[in-house]
Design a protein around this ligand. Sequence first.
Ligand code: SF4
Length: 352
Amino acid sequence: MLKDEQFKEVIEKYPVKITKYLSRLIKKSPAVAKQFLPSRDELKSIGIHRPWVGKVETGIYGLERMYGDRCIIMPINQCPAYCRHCVRKDYLVRSKRAMTYEEIEKALNYIKKHTEIKEVLITGGDPLMDIRRLGYIIKGLRKIKHIGPIRIGTRSIMYDPQRINNKFVRVIKKYHDYREGKPIEISPQFNHPDELTKESIKACRKLIDAGIRLYNQSVLLRGVNDDVKILAELFRKLREIGVEIHYLYHCASVEGADHFRTRVEKGIEIKRIFAGGYLSGRCNPRYIILTPVGKMEPMIDGEILGRKGKILIVKTPYTKKQFIKIDPKFKLPGGCKVDKDDFIICEYLDGA
Ligand code: SF4
């Protein structure tokens, strides 16, 4: 238990929010409790506020570019519940306002003009917190010919499965047309088998039955799922339900989440065991670290060049040229440089 003053300090810095459904699940599952209940460990100031700083500014509130052919719309910064390992856990980020409809229109116009953008991710926060705004964005995107897949990042399926109601499914189905190359895909975040309850499985099935593809993105969390058996059980179950197993993220180096972070090597070890015949290749996720310039799969599309204490030196698959093409004013984030072939080399804080 936290002492009163510590509790106050933690929740003032990192707000706490739990759904009714979660409060029941937390009582049954220590792994779920650890992901949502505040801890004094959050007061350790290790990590950085915004681990992914290399995004390209568009000048439009709520619209970010990451790579050439994709962009992100973040209509809302709040979620129905707050994960303690979230990269946006800080009070200042949580209290940022939602996009106005005028800003959404500006974002849609930007996308319309940039015909090289083929795919849009709508995330946040949790975009399911405002179905009207979400529906408005999807409708607007569907009027843009060059946009194919629309992806929605939401953890509601896990912490508030009732949000996957008929109204939501109707909105999604209306704009999901995979035959025309215009699918809507939804990404939940399941981290532990305890999260696959009757209710959350029902929510997944409701979407799958409506023809929507679900692809899961888990986070490797120390003391929650940093274990081969736990993750194998999670991935097998997800596969049985029909959810694609996509990414396993190394927990980002966000301040206040250091106690969740394993060493990068831990995830590599787990992947090696999976690949060595332990788990079907159909449920073996890509293991990803979030560098300051974007995602990277160590040993596959990027390389760990060395280590200086807790800092890993990583060679990313990104070149400076590709960012400059999107934004001529792009500057490398601190701690990054380019090698002779223009690939960006970053410093990456390892976990424990
Ligand atoms: S659902 Fe995603 S954005 Fe919301 S608190 Fe959890 S990790 Fe953060």
